[in-house]
Design a protein around this ligand. Structure first.
Ligand code: SAM
Length: 262
């Protein structure tokens, strides 16, 4: 992992590089106010069609690694029997509240072994948390070992090196009792390495009280050729497909399919 750059949080603590971002731990219960399940309908349809295109038979079972708040799963579960894996206990709680009918398991996409096969495997934006080539390879290998022959895997990094641009966005939602707004800032202090940074400022409102918190994400950034090589090295046939994000063109680009030979 990268050295952090001595930026301090609002409380003066330097975020630990080995811990999860605060969004996935102490702030996990706010996740659906940052990004709401209903915003994912169009992109989930694209993911479903892409997964189907990678399989030589109609896929029924789908393993999602790094399933987060279960936003995509809330749409995909109508079409697949889903098993959702995430590292964060807090995020699993959030997803279970939305997707109680799905199996939820805690685990690390770099090394979890469930001892069973799925028709297809999906790693959405959580794959962007792989910040080194060995970690990325391990996550892709986890997808491979859980995928049936003739099935496929879909990997959706937020950015690839060729198309990364610095960017600022804001958003958030109102809940029935509390509200959240955020500002997110993608920037890359060293374009030669395999990471970029997303700094977040959160505003949490409860009643008439508002507090502001800071969070930092170190994200992985790999080139198209790295993606295709790693997917091929673990045993898949690799393909890149264009992706048009339904709500934010900054995240449009490409996603990667792994096709497991029958
Ligand atoms: C942005 S969220 C995913 C949101 C998801 N796409 C959705 O539809 O709600 C990223 C998730 O990746 C998880 N994560 C990060 N590193 C992981 C790892 N090594 N293994 C499994 N999950 C991981 C985090 O805990 C977090 O819940």
């Amino acid at each position: 992992m990268k050295k952090n750059r001595n930026l301090k949080q609002s409380d003066g603590k330097i975020p630990s590089e080995d811990s999860q971002p605060r969004l996935y731990s102490e702030f996990s219960s706010w996740f659906h106010l940052l990004t709401a399940p209903e915003e994912y309908a169009a992109e989930a349809k694209f993911y479903r069609n892409s997964i189907i295109s990678a399989c030589s038979f109609p896929p029924r079972t789908l393993l999602e690694l790094g399933s987060g708040g279960g936003n995509n799963a809330s749409h995909l579960k109508a079409h697949f029997t889903m098993t959702l894996v995430d590292l964060s206990p807090g995020m699993l709680v959030v997803s279970k509240s939305l997707n109680p009918e799905c199996e939820h398991l805690q685990g690390d996409m770099r090394n979890i072994r469930l001892g069973r096969l799925f028709d297809a495997v999906f790693i959405h934006d959580a794959i962007t948390h792989m910040t080194t080539e060995p970690d990325l390879r391990n996550a892709i290998e986890t997808a491979f070992v859980h995928c049936k022959p003739g099935g496929g895997a879909l990997f959706c990094p937020d950015h690839i090196r060729e198309t990364f641009r610095p960017y600022t966005e804001q958003g958030g939602h109102d809940g029935s009792e509390r509200s959240m707004r955020y500002l997110a800032w993608d920037w890359d202090p060293d374009p030669a390495d395999n990471t970029y940074i997303t700094d977040f400022a959160y505003l949490f409102r409860e009643g008439d009280k508002v507090r502001c918190e800071y969070d930092r994400f170190i994200m992985g950034l790999f080139g198209r050729d790295d993606w295709l090589r790693l997917i091929t090295e673990v045993g898949f046939q690799a393909r890149s497909i264009p992706f048009e994000h339904s709500t934010n063109e900054h995240y449009s680009g490409e996603v990667f399919l792994g096709i497991k030979p029958a």
